[in-house]
Design a protein around this ligand. Structure first.
Ligand code: C2E
Ligand code: CA
Ligand code: CA
Length: 672
């Protein structure tokens, strides 16, 4: 055999007697398992030793039967105590290796010591006692191999240090019984060592597989962490999403409740985003959302002393959770900073400005006692901001609470209202600006509630929209309005208001068509008024509905123009017949140069597009004169008449004919 081979065999053999240092996991497992078995090991050793010492007590010298066993027992006791203490100590890998190595080499003197002691006793015994020594050594070594299973090197050292001298010694006695015991012990020890190898290999495998299982678990955990992150992230803006927002809100709320401090919820809605999205395309819209989200996040991160969490709730809505006992003033300050950032220009393909945002806040514990109710309150504040204080911040207050309550009352009563008896129609003339002849009437709904009295359509129409009653209501009102209009002279038109819900769904518009067909009123005498907001709500649907109505021969007017997004492209892309300039511009046309300019440009626009222009809410002669000068085509307002009940229309028209007839006669008498 070559020397190199011999060397490698020798190295492999010595490795068997060493604690492996290259596998910390195995080492740790060995240490754990072994520390549990150690008491067992010493129990076997000590109890066997005492049994032998007892037998020899009267025949052998005291130092052999008393002193040495006591010393060995004391030592074993100390080691047991030391090992028992190890169970609760956290150790480093190096520490464990050092201890295992020490244990490994300790088996050498301990094994040698007990063996030497046994051989020293042997000569004093009678044949029985001599056999007991042979038995004692055999049983003890098997017990030790068993107890040292997890530390293979130590078990092998013990086997070797005991069994080799054992066999030599008892063979040297020449006693056939003892020789037989020695051979027997050798065979059993051999079998035990085989078991030891198998067991140790399985043990090492088990440790390795547990390690890979742990690694697998860690990988699975990492994967699920990533999934968790994605499930809580809005993919467009990379802000926390709606789900994350509500989780955050609920935990912040619980925390505030426990610590007895305030917490606030905010909802941000971008004003003017929809037209950008509709007109410039979704990719531009997406970029605006990303940028707006980034700016809001920046404000939140730089805000203090309160901590502000931001999330995208969907569409152009963002949510805020403000922790750290915020005051109203803090929320206003936060709202203002966000507003200022959102309003800054955006770098877009199309030069567009005019994005702003409305924010609604609600504070715990002032406004609500649950996180869900708090969110609802913030939502209502936002709704209020959008309707009345666009682009501003509104904090939920007791006034808003009263408003909500009355909204709830209106909704409930509306559900049980009988449209045919409680709903009424009134008619307001739309007058030709130059001739002052009535060209038509706008029909306006009135609700006489038995409980609430007269309710404004500005309140009950939105309520009907919210509770899903607007379509049956529109249908009932239209049928009655058409029936009334049939009694009018042929040249008098009817203007009827449609809600966003009528216009933006297919189910909304089709029933109206059959109602018109059944009414017998020629469609060309009807104008449908659609608000700018309804059009921006769902532009494509609105466009389809308008096309359907136009195809029938009906006219379409854009209502409340100037209050919505004022996106001129809408006007260009819709086949409109009239634009109605909102009352808010008309009311201060003579006092506010801005209103004057807006109306001037609107009348110019209508002229260019050959669309008729209607001014709403005209209350004074001065307003009428200015509007005429600016080229307004039609006038509506209290200056001519307030909305009147249906039966009053005939009398009103007759009066007008008389008045204008006289006026015409009077003017014709004036010499040219
Ligand atoms: P609108 O379509 O802009 O109707 C004009 C509103 O201005 C009416 O209020 C009218 O009474 C009022 N008004 C007219 N002239 C003057 C004036 O010179 N000065 C002032 N201060 N106000 C004037 P009303 O009847 O309370 O209706 C409010 C809103 O409710 C309407 O605004 C319309 O959007 C909605 N609405 C009314 N009836 C219906 C309906 O049958 N269906 C739908 N969908 N909405 C309706
Ligand atoms: Ca109207
Ligand atoms: Ca209007």
């Amino acid at each position: 055999m070559p020397v190199a081979d011999l060397k490698s065999y020798f190295a492999a053999a010595t490795r068997l007697f060493r604690v492996p240092a290259d596998n910390p996991d195995l080492m740790r497992a060995q240490f754990d398992a072994f520390s549990k078995q150690v008491p067992l090991l010493y129990f076997i050793l000590i109890s066997n030793t005492i049994a032998v010492a007892y037998t020899y007590v009267n025949v052998a010298p005291d130092w052999l039967t008393m002193i040495v066993p006591s010393l060995l027992t004391g030592l074993a006791g100390l080691r047991t105590y030391w090992w028992l203490r190890q169970r609760h100590i956290v150790r480093s890998d190096a520490d464990i290796l050092r201890n295992l190595r020490a244990t490994n080499w300790l088996t050498l003197p301990v094994g040698a010591g007990f063996t030497a002691w046994s051989f020293a006793l042997y000569p004093y015994g009678d044949p029985f006692a001599k056999s007991q020594v042979a038995f004692y050594m055999a049983v003890t070594v098997i017990g030790c191999i068993f107890s040292l299973m997890h530390l293979r090197s130590a078990a092998l050292i013990v086997t070797l240090i005991v069994d080799v001298p054992y066999v030599l010694f008892f063979f040297a006695t020449g006693e056939p019984t003892l020789k037989a015991i020695a051979v027997n012990n050798l065979l059993v020890s051999g079998a035990m060592v085989t078991v030891l190898f198998i067991y140790y290999r399985d043990f090492a495998d088990l440790v390795a597989s547990r390690k890979s299982l742990l690694a697998q678990q860690a990988a699975t955990q990492a994967l699920s962490d990533e999934n968790f992150r994605l499930a809580n992230l809005d993919s467009l803006t990379e802000l926390p999403n709606r789900r994350r927002f509500f989780a955050e809100l609920s935990s912040a709320f619980t925390d505030a409740e426990r610590r007895n401090v305030r917490v606030a919820v905010g909802i941000i809605d971008l004003d003017g985003f929809k037209p950008i999205n509709d007109n410039s395309g979704h990719s531009v819209g997406d970029r605006v959302l990303i940028e707006a989200g980034r700016r809001i996040r920046e404000v939140c991160e730089g805000f203090g002393p309160q901590r502000v969490e931001i999330a995208r709730l969907g569409g152009d809505e963002f949510g805020l959770v403000v922790c750290g006992d915020p005051e109203d003033a803090d929320l206003m300050r936060l709202g203002e900073r966000i507003g200022n950032q959102v309003r800054l220009p955006y770098q877009l393909d199309t030069a567009h400005t005019g994005l702003s945002c409305s924010i609604g806040f609600a504070l715990f514990p002032d406004s609500a006692t649950t996180s869900e109710a708090l969110y609802e309150c913030a939502d209502y504040s936002l709704y209020h901001a959008k309707r009345h204080l666009r682009g501003r911040t509104v904090i939920f207050s007791s006034e808003l609470e009263a408003e909500i309550r009355s909204r709830g009352v209106i909704e409930n009563l509306l559900r049980s209202a009988d449209f045919s008896t409680e709903m009424d129609l009134v008619f307001q003339p739309i007058v030709d600006a130059m001739s002052e002849h009535t060209a038509g009437f706008e029909v306006l709904a009135r609700w006489h509630s038995s409980r609430l009295g007269l309710v404004s359509p500005a309140d009950f129409i939105p309520a009907a929209e919210r509770i899903g009653l607007i379509r049956p209501l529109t249908q009932a009102l239209l049928a009655r309005a058409l029936a009334t209009a049939r009694t009018w002279p042929d040249h008098i038109r009817l203007s009827f208001n449609l809600s966003a819900h009528d216009v933006c769904t297919a189910e909304g518009i089709l029933p109206l068509i059959s109602i018109i067909e059944k009414s017998g009123l020629p469609p060309h005498r009807i104008d449908f008024e659609i608000t700018e907001t309804a059009v921006t709500f769902d532009f494509v649907r609105a466009q389809q509905s308008i096309a359907t109505l136009k195809a029938m021969g009906c006219g379409v007017s854009l209502d409340d123009f100037g209050t919505g997004y004022s996106s001129l492209s809408h006007v260009h892309r819709l086949p409109l017949d009239k634009i109605k300039i909102d009352r808010s511009f008309v009311s201060d046309i003579n006092d506010n140069p801005v209103s004057y300019k807006i109306i001037k440009s609107l009348t110019g626009l209508c002229d260019d597009m050959e669309i008729a222009c209607v001014a709403e809410g005209v209350e004074t002669r001065a307003q009428l004169d200015t509007l005429r000068r600016l080229g307004c085509d039609f006038i509506q307002g209290y200056y001519f008449a307030k909305p009147m009940p249906g039966p009053a229309v005939t009398g009103y028209l007759a009066d007008e004919t008389r008045r204008l007839g006289l006026h015409a006669e009077a003017t014709s008498l004036v010499p040219a």
